[in-house]
Design a protein around this ligand. Structure first.
Ligand SMILES: [Zn+2]
Length: 570
């Protein structure tokens, strides 16, 4: 690491053409020429830059949408001009804008659907509150039309028992009713839904899913992974005109963008969504965060057909990797594919694998050849192995340097998987908030598996650039909650799991900023407070390096700035 003398000005050699190109190729002398001065100088701060050349400083200057200089308060004041806005940070901490590398960004769900759990924080609900909320929706819904609840979390229920089909019968016998787990891999149905789909206690489980049964052999209403398809196909859903759908998508995206910046996120990798609506929201000036857009299905086919590779777009909306191509089930809902049976479950259960190796090989090869960054959802060690096998095969057939295959979740690793990831330069996006939010689920895996799960320490030690992927809806997306969990491995319930995987505050910060930029090939324009990079940063009420580690999540976001513009003020 090259050491930059402390308190020395840290200037750019040459500013890329653009906003402030006139500063040009100058020496390290500050300039105060009229018209060339910074638009903004932030001083008297504790700036954690996540730039190894100059990790901590006091001040920086912004022109247009870029940082142009980083240094001491006196140096930055020296380059300020008459028109420069001066911001006294009063010793508050400032960090680069946070980056979430995996987020479903379900804005219209947040805005329009029945939320039976708290999307953002740990909160326990009662089964009767779930029933009540859905009943209200059922009353205004014509019979036969689905009534759906979102953001359910089976371990955040005060009743301390499983939600079941009979509970949901109380919502309505005339509507198919479903409660979707926030993890996205399990759902709970009422009997009307099960019966309409023709599912009985004698129906065999399909490949890649289960119809859960109780000890007596009766259906409980809980259905996992691919088994849900047969039920979700039946009945009708509320319909909207094309215009209404666009409006809902636009308003949903504008809504969630506000939530992201409220928590300090300035860039988010969007798992699919409505690209047209995203562009409209941007045109309306309501897109507050930057988007790495990840596609599947028809949109992915169109990219391949038209020769659009990852990286196409601009600093606000850019095609990133593919959407997560699903290889196995869920970590939080205990359906991920394990090489050994789940502890304590009878009959022995090893989770759900939702594709074959042959199908996966074919998909990976086709996308890889098209110059598009591969992204697979792989939680369990079996799934990660399958994905790496497919990528190794594709690289052998069609070698491409610096492909950075993205592994969404990459939850349960072992030494062999790490070695192979390193060879492929894979970029894993691990769960972030789970280590705080989901400790009530880790007992299902036990300490032995948790020592190899969400293995930030092992991955960083191997030189792998692990990034942060909240997976919202499944996990809350608050970066500070994520950082607290990465640093402490202790949850809301005070229980600690896999403490061997703890990382330092600085490492957690890098995981949530620069490594996220690396995962989308954008490390040259964002992820650290570095001259020439986009001026995306967050002002924090407390210094996460000195505050009690159990209180990192309670630090307030004072201000979120994207491209030099304040998009949130607390
Ligand atoms: Zn996901």
């Amino acid at each position: 690491m090259k050491q930059q003398p402390q308190n020395r000005r840290y200037f750019i050699g040459s500013l890329a053409a653009g906003a402030a190109g006139a500063i040009g190729t100058q020496s390290n002398r500050p300039t105060t020429t009229a018209g060339l001065e910074p638009d903004l100088v932030v001083f008297n701060a504790k700036v954690y830059t996540v730039d190894s050349r100059n990790p901590k400083t006091e001040a920086f200057a912004v022109k247009g949408d870029r940082f142009i200089a980083v240094g001491s308060t006196s140096d930055m004041k020296a380059i300020a001009g008459k028109s420069t806005q001066m911001y006294d940070a009063k010793q508050m901490a400032i960090v680069p804008g946070f980056i979430d590398s995996h987020n479903h960004a379900p804005g219209s769900t947040l805005l329009y659907e029945v939320l039976v759990g708290n999307p953002y924080e740990v909160e326990f609900v009662t089964i009767s509150s779930v029933i009540e909320k859905l009943r209200t929706r059922a009353k205004e819904t014509p019979p036969g039309i689905w009534v759906e609840g979102y953001f359910f979390d089976d371990t955040k229920v005060k009743d301390k028992r499983e939600l079941d089909a009979s509970d949901l019968d109380e919502v309505s016998m005339d509507h198919p009713v479903v409660v979707r787990h926030r993890g996205g891999h399990t759902s709970y149905y009422n009997h009307k839904a099960l019966e309409t789909a023709g599912i009985t206690k004698n129906t065999p489980n399909p490949p890649g899913g289960t119809y859960d049964r109780n000890r007596a052999g009766d259906l409980t209403g809980r259905v996992t992974d691919l088994a849900r398809n047969a039920i979700d196909r039946i009945g009708n859903r509320r319909t909207f005109t094309a215009d209404q759908r666009e409006q809902r998508d636009r308003d949903g995206l504008a809504f969630i963008s506000k939530q992201f910046v409220r928590y300090g996120l300035t860039s988010v990798h969007h798992e699919g969504g409505n690209l047209r609506a995203l562009q409209d929201v941007r045109a309306r000036g309501e897109l507050l965060h930057r988007v790495s857009f990840e596609v599947s299905g028809n949109a992915l086919e169109s990219m391949i057909a038209s020769g659009i590779a990852s990286g196409f777009g601009d600093e606000w909306i850019r095609f990133g990797a593919t959407s997560e191509h699903t290889v196995d089930g869920s970590f939080s809902e205990r359906t991920m594919g394990l090489s050994k049976p789940y502890p304590g479950i009878q009959p022995p259960y090893q989770g759900n694998i939702t594709t074959t190796q042959d199908d996966l090989n074919a998909w990976v090869e086709r996308v890889h050849r098209a110059g598009i960054q591969i992204n697979c959802h792989a939680n369990g060690d079996v799934a990660i192995d399958m994905m790496l096998t497919a990528v190794e095969r594709a690289q052998k057939l069609f070698p491409r340097a610096d492909a950075r295959p993205k592994i969404t979740h990459c939850t349960l690793i072992n030494d062999d998987l790490i070695r192979r990831m390193k060879v492929l330069n894979a970029v894993p996006a691990l769960f972030t908030s789970y280590a705080y939010y989901n400790t009530d689920k880790f007992v299902f895996y036990g300490e032995e598996l948790m020592r190899r799960s969400m293995a930030f320490r092992s991955l960083l030690d191997a030189g792998i650039q692990a990034s942060a992927g909240s997976d919202f809806s499944p996990g809350p997306f608050a970066p500070l909650m994520g950082i607290q969990g990465m640093v402490t491995r202790t949850g809301w319930d005070g229980k600690t799991w896999g403490a061997n995987q703890r990382v330092s505050v600085d490492e957690a910060l890098q995981i949530n900023t620069l490594n996220g930029a690396y995962a989308s090939f954008e490390e040259n324009i964002k992820g650290s407070i570095t001259p020439r990079k986009l001026a995306d940063f967050v002002v924090l009420s407390d210094d996460l390096h000195t505050v009690d580690k159990e209180k990192i999540k309670d630090i307030k976001i004072v201000r979120t700035v994207v491209g030099g513009n304040t998009v949130y003020q607390g």
